[in-house]
Design a protein around this ligand. Structure first.
Ligand code: ATP
Ligand code: MG
Length: 422
């Protein structure tokens, strides 16, 4: 019997996994400096969190959710995104009683039943960020700045930061009406999804990726022409802040996002190097969602970074590197083997990766293995060395060799090599 991973779901193996680790550690260190604290959220939630939170008339809820009954016949969903669960967590744990803003981030897998293709998977990973309790656009600016710091921190430049405002419950109805008026003129030429969206959620037509629909929406009214006074002021505050801080951005009046909960600021970071799936991160405000979830009215904003897409970009710049052991411990005979494990302990305590010989092989084949692993040193321990309290060492990349007393191993290493960190 041969088993395969499910369609659209992939294993992440070394050496790629080292890229993942370094992305996550950069995120942790940069977000920390902005006062964002890590939370761990569940992977499964009650389905209504998403139908209510994301909205019935969205691609995610209509066709992309992994939903199933549990043994007690409750409807459970594998989370397709992190904002709705984060809001559930914020309200349930009374985090609104703490001083605001409350700023959080999380990392982990999301699940969407989509058509698998380049940059699109059914299990994919996000780093998500959510900040609660500030309505002013200064917070929006800071989030975008933090996202830029992070992307530059992992070595990604040449990205486009697109921003927009999609208004609020006061101004959006007028805009919706204007859009329906415009799309209504040749509705039958749009794709079936857009024809449906026309009645359920006409803003989503702006997000359609079908070529013909993109053509048809040329000249559609721009949301920014329909903002009410307060939304306009908020948007101007955002733009002024981005300018003042030197964040390069472009205005994209078609940027609406696929989830219903967004209000005002929306933004997306895209790369020209990714083909059709070019968004590496996306976010926006969701000022109404906390109240919707039973909490006190609380403005909030967040974004999510798509891990697979930034990994793909980083691999284009430089291939993933497999770390190599610093020391291979070659041993001859049972006693030496035991001593070898002790010496390995010494090497590890000094901060280096020690790879032992697990027994049996000839010295020649052990050294061949050390070479194949890319080890920097081989330590050779046989009966004579044991008696003398010494080991033979060989620099596998330099050809140097010598002898060192066992008690001086640590300084041999610390004087000559950098510690091994993944
Ligand atoms: P897209 O327009 O690419 O479908 P989206 O609007 O559905 O994206 P969001 O829900 O905003 O995406 O998620 C934020 C980020 O997560 C995206 O910008 C992308 O980088 C990543 N992402 C979303 N869906 C997938 C997926 N199926 N596979 C891999 N990454 C994904
Ligand atoms: Mg999508």
């Amino acid at each position: 019997m041969k088993y395969n991973a499910l369609k659209g779901i992939q294993d992440i193996l070394p050496p790629d996994v080292y890229i993942w680790q370094s992305i996550e550690s950069t995120a942790r260190s940069i977000f920390f400096k902005y006062g964002f604290r890590e939370i761990k959220l569940p992977i499964i939630e009650s389905t209504d969190i998403f139908t209510r939170g994301i909205g019935e008339a969205t691609d995610i809820v209509e066709k992309e959710m992994y939903t199933f009954p549990d043994k007690a016949d409750r409807s459970i969903t594998l989370r397709p995104e992190g904002t709705a669960p984060a809001v559930r967590c914020y309200v349930e744990n009374g985090l609104h009683n703490l001083p605001s803003p409350q700023k959080f981030f999380y990392t982990g897998p999301m699940f969407r039943y989509e058509r698998p293709q380049k940059g699109r998977f059914r299990q994919f990973y996000q780093i998500g960020v959510e900040a609660f309790g500030v309505a002013q656009p200064t917070l929006d600016v800071e989030l975008i700045l933090m996202l830029r710091d992070f992307l530059e921190g992992i070595g990604l430049r040449e990205l486009n930061f697109e921003v927009n405002s999609i208004g609020d419950e006061k101004c959006r109805p007028d805009y919706k009406a204007a859009l329906m008026n415009f799309f209504g003129q040749n509705l039958d030429e749009f794709c079936p999804d857009c024809r449906r969206r026309y009645t359920t959620n006409p803003l989503r037509i702006l997000d359609c990726k079908v070529e013909r629909c993109i053509e048809l929406r040329q000249g559609a009214p721009a949301v920014t022409d329909y903002l009410c006074g307060e939304c306009r002021e908020h948007f101007e505050g955002l733009i002024a802040g981005l300018r003042a801080l030197g964040v390069r951005y472009t205005l994209n009046p078609n940027l609406v996002r696929g989830l219903d909960y967004y209000t005002r600021t929306t933004f997306e970071v895209t790369s020209e190097h990714l083909g059709a799936q070019k968004a590496v991160a996306a976010g926006g405000r969701y000022d109404k969602l906390i109240k919707e979830f039973g909490g006190p009215p609380t403005p909030a904003i967040g974004f999510a970074i798509g891990m697979e897409r930034i990994v793909a970009l980083l691999k284009e710049i430089a291939p993933a590197v497999e770390p190599e052991p610093k020391v291979f411990i070659a041993t001859l005979g049972k006693e030496a083997e035991i001593e070898g494990f002790k010496i390995a302990g010494q090497v590890r305590a000094a901060g280096f990766w020690a790879e032992p010989n697990y027994g049996g092989a000839s010295l020649k084949s052990q050294l061949r293995k050390a070479d194949r692993l890319g080890a920097e040193f081989a330590f050779i321990i046989g009966e004579n060395e044991l008696k003398a309290g010494k080991i033979q060492w060989k620099g596998l990349k330099t050809g140097e060799q010598g002898e060192v007393e066992i008690r001086n191993i640590t300084s041999l290493l610390t004087d000559n090599v950098k510690p091994s960190n993944p």
